[in-house]
Design a protein around this ligand. Structure first.
Ligand code: ATP
Length: 355
């Protein structure tokens, strides 16, 4: 008998709770065999009792849950953003969720700002290293506030960290097909090794070595600046892209633009075999929070990605099909061409899923 999957829901701040409510509605409509437990880790909680992550919080998530569905963090009332750092970066770093998987898929030609691009032209994934790089926040400042101030931000890259994420990208390429059923064939590593020679050199060597283990997959390379141009000029050429933490963060915002904006993009923070975390790519978007205008489709697609990861592929497919239909029929929020509110757009998807 299949065991019920245990999912921790952490909606967070801003538009997080609004879009996660709709993701939960879609999952429930799909009949997925999941047991959901809500947690209030957020700016509200931090402001009320100064707790960001309760003691033992990450260990509890790993022990008691199969997956985590997260909204977004960031609130103008907490200018230091300390709670966001401790919850979100804490989860990625302390739970060692080293592969940030960001699928880039165009659901409908109308969503893409590029001319003459069809849905079949944009179907790639970015695998972003998620536990190292400049986001480790190593370094420091010296003589702060004086004209002689020095700020050092270290870019940490370990052999182990680079190798495992590069290998994850090749494994992903080998095991996953494109939406049209054709095999994935190419892994492209993106860096800036012409200027950042130390870290770039490590990435280059590891990529070359790991690629030899996968002779059926074509290894490619691009500098990150060239990749940005190419992503706009010809996104058809991409299949699987692997890169470091910061470049991955930046190029996936650009990629989100190709698929209809931040409101459409889904992501997973994965450590194979361990409790992984899924979140929409967008942040808490304070200017639009509480107005019932945020696009819930990125969060809904994120819930489908999580269900697929948990082996509930039929439910995941049903949710994705309903989102596709919502986009085609413009039963969406304004940012992607519709006229519905967050709640109404989520309700439309849930009804479609439940049919
Ligand atoms: P973070 O650094 O936490 O990822 P950010 O500062 O990059 O966040 P977001 O919070 O993602 O920015 O939002 C930036 C802008 O993008 C928002 O103000 C909003 O205009 C738009 N946006 C983001 N998410 C959505 C959404 N779900 N629906 C509609 N618009 C959105």
């Amino acid at each position: 008998m299949r065991q019920k999957k245990r999912v921790a829901i952490i909606p967070g701040d801003g538009i997080g709770p609004e879009v996660i409510a709709e993701a939960v509605r879609a999952m429930q409509a799909s009949g997925a065999d999941v047991e959901l437990t809500h947690f209030d880790w957020s700016a509200n909680r931090y402001l009320a009792d100064a707790v960001t992550v309760p003691p033992d919080g990450f260990a509890m998530l790993e022990r008691d849950f199969d997956a985590i569905l997260l909204g977004a963090f960031g609130d103008p009332r907490v200018p230091s953003n300390i709670h966001a750092k401790e919850i979100l970066l804490g989860m990625r770093f302390k739970m060692d969720l080293y592969a940030n998987l960001r699928p880039v898929r165009l659901l409908d030609a109308s969503l893409c700002p590029l001319k003459g691009v069809e849905p079949s032209d944009i179907d790639f994934v970015v695998v972003r290293e998620n536990t190292e790089g400049v986001y480790v926040d190593a370094g420091g400042v010296f003589k702060q506030g004086t004209p002689d101030e020095v700020a050092v931000q270290e870019d940490i890259n370990t052999r182990k960290g680079v190798e495992r994420v590069v290998r994850y990208a090749f494994e992903y390429c080998e095991r996953h097909k494109k939406q049209d059923g054709s095999p994935r064939r190419q892994v492209l590593m993106c860096d800036k090794s012409n200027a950042m020679t130390h870290a770039g050199g490590l990435w280059q060597r590891v990529f070359k070595e790991v690629s030899r283990e996968y002779p059926q997959i074509t290894p490619q390379h691009m500098y990150v600046d060239a990749l940005c141009t190419q992503m706009v000029r010809d996104p058809r050429q991409f299949d699987v892209i692997v890169t470091n933490n910061m470049f991955g963060d930046i190029i996936t915002d650009l990629a989100a633009g190709l698929q209809g904006g931040l409101g459409m993009a889904a992501s997973g923070n994965i450590h194979p075999g361990k409790t992984s975390m899924f979140e929409p790519v967008h942040g808490s978007a304070p200017p639009i929070a509480g107005k019932n205008v945020a696009n819930p489709l990125g969060a809904i697609l994120t819930s489908a990605m999580m269900l697929a990861h948990l082996g509930l592929t039929q439910e995941a497919d049903e949710i994705e099909a309903a989102v596709l239909e919502a986009v085609r029929q413009r039963k969406t929020t304004q940012d992607v061409g519709g006229s519905l509110g967050t709640h109404e757009a989520g309700e439309w998807v849930a009804k479609r899923v439940a049919r």
